[in-house]
Ligand binder design. Structure first.
Ligand SMILES: [Zn+2]
Ligand SMILES: [Zn+2]
Length: 648
C-alpha cells in the first residue's frame, strides 16, 4: 500500500497508509485527541473525520475549542436533525435543502399546512430526543442511479431535481443521522450527541420559493440559531430582542423618515425627516472628500450595453442589471441600455478624455453615484438591502508605487469618518490572492504588500483572509461593530489593474511611454441608504444631535405663550438649529410623549412663567428631569451642538 505524508501545524511530518482517515490519524497521535476530535482541516478545507486521505497534505485536527469549525458542524448537523425530526413527526412532508447561515441555519420544507409556533416547540423537543439518542453519523458515496431510485421511491421530487443538478463527474455523498439520510457535501459530527442540546432555538418560519424562483412552489423555511453553550444562546436572544426594538423599519415609521411601496420594490420614498438625515450626511461626506483631495463628478444613469460589454458587466453581472430597451428610430433599430449598477466604467470614460501624464496622478474621482441593481425580492430588507441606492463611491487612478500611500490615506480618512459618526469599534480584513487568478506572482506580491503596509502604517492591523481576493487583485474590507455587537461591512478598498486594461485607460509615464494606471475602487459608508439604516439601529433612533432630523420642538403650555414660542423657534432657526413650534391645544405631557416617540432630542416647554422670565424649560430625550435655561444660553448650546463634528 502506498504511503502519504501529513504535515502537522507544528511542522512535524508523519507517514500513513494512503486511505487513512483523520479519525485514525488523531488516534495515532493520542487517544485523548481522538476522543476530542470533531473534524479536520486538510489543506485549508474543512474535512470529515471519516473521509479518507489519499495524498500528501497539511492537516490539523479540530476540537470543540476551534470556534469556526465547531459552530459550522453544530449548525449543519442541526439542519439535518431538524429535517429528520420534521419527517418523523409528519412523514408526508417533503424535504429540500438546509444551509448554514449567520448564527444558525434554515431548512425549506414542502408541507400543505403552515407550521405553527406549537409545531416549532414539538420539532425542538423531537430534535432534543435525537441528540440525546447519540445516533451515529455515517457518510457514504452513492451512484447517481441509486440516489435517483432511492428518492423516487420515497416520493422526494425536490431531491430528485437536486441529484439531476449535480455534475456527472461529481460524487454523490449521502449522510446518515441514525437511519435518516440526506444528500449532503458534509462534513458532519460523528454522532448526534456531539451537538449541544441546550444551545439551539427554532426562531421563526417564513415563505421561500423553491430555488428562489417565483414560478416554483412556495415552501416553508424554518430558521434556527445555535451556539456552543447556553450562555451564548441567551446572549444572542437578548441581542435579537434589542435588535427588534431598534429595527430601522419600525423607527422609520415612528420618526416619519421614509416609506416603501409595492409600485417601486426595493426603492425608497424619503420623507422630509429622512431626507434631512441623508443630505446632512452627504454634505458632511462632500466636505471630507474635498478636504482629502477628491474631485467630484456625475455620470449617466442609463448607459448603452456596449460599455457594459467592454467593462465585463454584461457578461458577469447582467442578471443583477435593469435592462432598458429604447426604440430609437421608429421600430427599425433598437438600442439596449442598462441602468448603471456601478459607477466605475463611467469614471474611466472621464479619465480617458484628454491625455494624462504621470504628473496628473493620483486622480481621486468621487461620485455620489445612484445605482440600480436587481435584487431578488426575498433578499430586500427595509432600506438596508434595496434596488436603488447611492454609493459614496470614488476611484483613485494611480501608479502601483502610489497604491500604498493612497491606501494609507484612505484608511485614515475612513477612520476619522467612522469616529465622527459614532463608531469607534471597527476592523480591517485583507483578502489575498485566490487560486484562480490573473497576473504574475511578482505583481501579486507587490499588490498585497502595498495594502498590508498601508494598514500597518495607518496603525490598523489587519485580519488576513487568504484566497478571498478578487481574481485580479487583493482588497481591504472595513467592518463596523454596532452598539449591540453586530458586525456591518461598510467600507471597501479594491485594488484593480483589470478595468483600466479592459477600458484602455492610459497615462504617459516619465519615460515618455504609455502605461496603464491602477484603480482603487473605494467606499467608506458603502451606500447612504444602508448606512443610514445602520446609524438608526446603532443609535436606536437617538441620532447624534447634528444628524437628528428634528432637533428641537418648542411646545406651548398655554396659548398665551404662543408669541414667545415663535420667537424662540426663530432664534434657533437663525442659529442653524432645526426647530419647530408645537402650539396645538394639547396637554404638555401629551406633546412630550409624542415627540419622544419621534425621537426629538430636545423639547423646550413654555408657559407664562417662562414668558415673563424669557427662559425655557428644557427636557432632553431619555431624561425625566427638566431644567430651566435662559433663551440666550439654550440657543448658544444648541447652535454649537448642531454643527457637524468637522465644523466644530
Ligand atoms: Zn447537509
Ligand atoms: Zn468601482
Amino acid at each position: 500500500m502506498s504511503q502519504i505524508s501529513l504535515t502537522f501545524p507544528d511542522g512535524n511530518i508523519r507517514h500513513f497508509d494512503a486511505g487513512v482517515t483523520p479519525a485514525q490519524v488523531a488516534q495515532a497521535i493520542a487517544p485523548s485527541l481522538a476522543k476530542a476530535a470533531i473534524s479536520a482541516m486538510v489543506d485549508g478545507q474543512h474535512w470529515d473525520l471519516q473521509w479518507p486521505l489519499h495524498a500528501d497534505a497539511r492537516i490539523s485536527i479540530n476540537t470543540m475549542k476551534d470556534d469556526v469549525p465547531a459552530l459550522e458542524l453544530i449548525r449543519h448537523d442541526l439542519a439535518h436533525i431538524m429535517a429528520r425530526a420534521v419527517q418523523e413527526i409528519w412523514p408526508d412532508v417533503k424535504v429540500t435543502i438546509g444551509p448554514v447561515r449567520d448564527y444558525g441555519w434554515f431548512y425549506d420544507f414542502d408541507r400543505a399546512e403552515p407550521f405553527t409556533p406549537d409545531d416549532l416547540g414539538q420539532i425542538e423537543a423531537k430534535m432534543k430526543q435525537i441528540i440525546n439518542a447519540r445516533d451515529p453519523v455515517r457518510t457514504e458515496i452513492w451512484s447517481r442511479a441509486d440516489a435517483l431510485a432511492y428518492y423516487e421511491s420515497r416520493g422526494e421530487p425536490y431531491k430528485v431535481e437536486l441529484v439531476h443538478k449535480i455534475p456527472e463527474d461529481q460524487d454523490l455523498r449521502m449522510y446518515w443521522h441514525g437511519n435518516w439520510q440526506d444528500l449532503c457535501r458534509g462534513p458532519h459530527f460523528q454522532h448526534t450527541g456531539q451537538v449541544p442540546a441546550d444551545a439551539f432555538k427554532l426562531t421563526h418560519v417564513a415563505g421561500a420559493y423553491w430555488l428562489g424562483d417565483a414560478s416554483r412552489p412556495m415552501l416553508q423555511r424554518i430558521y434556527g440559531v445555535a451556539f456552543k453553550n447556553r450562555d451564548d444562546l441567551k446572549a444572542h436572544m437578548t441581542m435579537l430582542e434589542e435588535a427588534a426594538k431598534r429595527d430601522h423599519r419600525k423607527l422609520g415609521r415612528e420618526m416619519n423618515l421614509f416609506h416603501m411601496q409595492e409600485e417601486a420594490p426595493g426603492q425608497i420614498f424619503w420623507h422630509p425627516n429622512g431626507w434631512t438625515i441623508y443630505t446632512t450626511l452627504q454634505d458632511y461626506m462632500r466636505r471630507q472628500q474635498r478636504r482629502d483631495g477628491y474631485v467630484e463628478v456625475n455620470t449617466p444613469q442609463v448607459v448603452n450595453r456596449k460599455l457594459w460589454e467592454a467593462s465585463g458587466h454584461w457578461e458577469n453581472y447582467r442578471e443583477n442589471m435593469f435592462i432598458v430597451e429604447v426604440d430609437e428610430e421608429g421600430a427599425r433599430e433598437k438600442v439596449v441600455n442598462a441602468l448603471k449598477p456601478m459607477n466605475c466604467p463611467c469614471h474611466v470614460q472621464i479619465f480617458n478624455v484628454g491625455l494624462k501624464s504621470y504628473r496628473d496622478l493620483p486622480i481621486r474621482m468621487a461620485e455620489f453615484g445612484s445605482c440600480a441593481r436587481y435584487e431578488p425580492s426575498g433578499a430586500l430588507h427595509g432600506i438596508m438591502r434595496v434596488r436603488g441606492f447611492t454609493q459614496d463611491d470614488a476611484h483613485i487612478f494611480c501608479t502601483l508605487d502610489q497604491v500604498e500611500s493612497e491606501s494609507k490615506k484612505f484608511i485614515e480618512f475612513l477612520a476619522k469618518i467612522y469616529s465622527d459618526l459614532g463608531f469607534d469599534k471597527w476592523r480591517v480584513k485583507l483578502s489575498t490572492r485566490p487560486e484562480k487568478r490573473v497576473g504574475s506572482d511578482e505583481i501579486w506580491d507587490k499588490m498585497e504588500a502595498a495594502l498590508a503596509n498601508a494598514c500597518m502604517a495607518a496603525g490598523y492591523p489587519y485580519e488576513l483572509f487568504p484566497g478571498e481576493g478578487a481574481f485580479y487583485a487583493p482588497k481591504l474590507e472595513f467592518v463596523l461593530t454596532d452598539a449591540i455587537g453586530r458586525d456591518w461591512q461598510c467600507g471597501t478598498l479594491q485594488l484593480d489593474p483589470n478595468l483600466p486594461e479592459r477600458l484602455d485607460a492610459s497615462y504617459i509615464g516619465e519615460d515618455g511611454a504609455k502605461h496603464r494606471p491602477f484603480m482603487l475602487h473605494r467606499a467608506c459608508l458603502g451606500s447612504f441608504e444602508r448606512f443610514i439604516g445602520i446609524l438608526i439601529e446603532n443609535h436606536a433612533g437617538k441620532l447624534p444631535f447634528w444628524l437628528a432630523p428634528r432637533q428641537v420642538v418648542v411646545a406651548s403650555i398655554v396659548s398665551d405663550a404662543d408669541p414667545f414660542v415663535e420667537e424662540v423657534v426663530t432664534a434657533l432657526t437663525l442659529a442653524g438649529v432645526r426647530a419647530e413650534a408645537d402650539m396645538r391645544n394639547e396637554k404638555i405631557n401629551y406633546k412630550v410623549r409624542e415627540h419622544s416617540v419621534g425621537k426629538v432630542p430636545v423639547i423646550l416647554a413654555i408657559g407664562m412663567k417662562e414668558v415673563e422670565e424669557r427662559t425655557v424649560s428644557v427636557r432632553r430625550l431619555g431624561e425625566t428631569r427638566t431644567e430651566t435655561m435662559t433663551l440666550d444660553a439654550i440657543v448658544a448650546e444648541l447652535a454649537a451642538a448642531a454643527l457637524a463634528p468637522d465644523l466644530r
